[in-house]
Design a protein around this ligand. Sequence first.
Ligand code: AMP
Ligand code: TRP
Length: 335
Amino acid sequence: MGKQRILSGVQPTGNLHLGNYLGAIRNWVQGQSQYDNYFCVVDLHAITVPHNPATLASDTYNVAALYLACGIDLKYSTIFVQSHIPAHAELTWLLNCITPINWLQDMIQFKEKAVKQGENVATGLLDYPVLMAADILLYEPDKVPVGEDQKQHIELTRDIVNRFNHLFGQGKQILKQPEPLINKEGARVMSLTDGTRKMSKSDPSDLSRINLLDSPDEIAKKIKRCKTDSVRGLVFDDPARPECNNLLTIYMLLSGKTKEEVAAECQDMGWGQFKPLLTEIIIAALKPIQEKYKEVMADKGYLESVLREGRQKAEAVASQTLRKAKIAMGYSMPL
Ligand code: AMP
Ligand code: TRP
């Protein structure tokens, strides 16, 4: 039997941070040899909120370079850019026409983002999950590794598959049902300035997140200033201490220690003792990523060749699925 397939993506908006790494990219890297992997940079999603045309292309390249820097290996994985494959936009349109609008209005992320946009909410922001469904379904993945915040979008994708197959499948599964793959630990890394909100690219305060490309000084400053509490002894899973749980979890994941080991190590510590340890672990974990990133960015020709090859491989898979979907819907095929 062949390997199961994985598909996932990150938007090229703002700086990639520890939440993106621990919730998504690190899991892609750790599992990649078991699977046949497709990782895209979802630049069509990046324009669902106002964007800067002057930096869209370079932001897209930077994310692709970060995939490589984090350890995505081309032996197992294909890296490509969403907008390079027209099938994503085309399947989105087909799926739009069978997706009830109230399914989209109910999405938590839409509601949260729409509030921030005030009166100027683009149709694309509402339609964002349908584009994500198209991203996924074109590659017929078995699993979609993401952070907790994307679970609802994958459930919507599954609802769209059921509806499509019911309407057009004549008893057959034309589109394939994907499963979410969400690791329990790291699925929701929280803000450094408020342990009840997730770490996010769009938080106006840079102090709220550790970016993957932050310098050691910036990391030290952010950890020094991050929100804590006045309780002595550090513990996991105390609902009254969300910051404490978050910082211990980051420490656990980046140190490679088990939860029990970290709990034992930190139970009698104060923040003054813990913060320097955490700072050191974060700096050490990001150092190899930052070095590899510099190397990749120094050779633009190489990165372009990775994306060109990725496009060819992705296109071959996507065009087949799109064709199947169009035939099922009754389209005539160009001769
Ligand atoms: P985005 O930054 O929205 O493009 O998200 C890219 C990937 O990172 C998705 O799989 C998200 O679920 C994941 N992600 C984003 N923020 C966090 C966070 N704070 N904690 C864990 N995963 C996250
Ligand atoms: N919506 C996802 C996010 O913001 C990014 C994304 C777009 C994605 N298309 C995808 C993730 C397909 C997984 C699969 O995190």
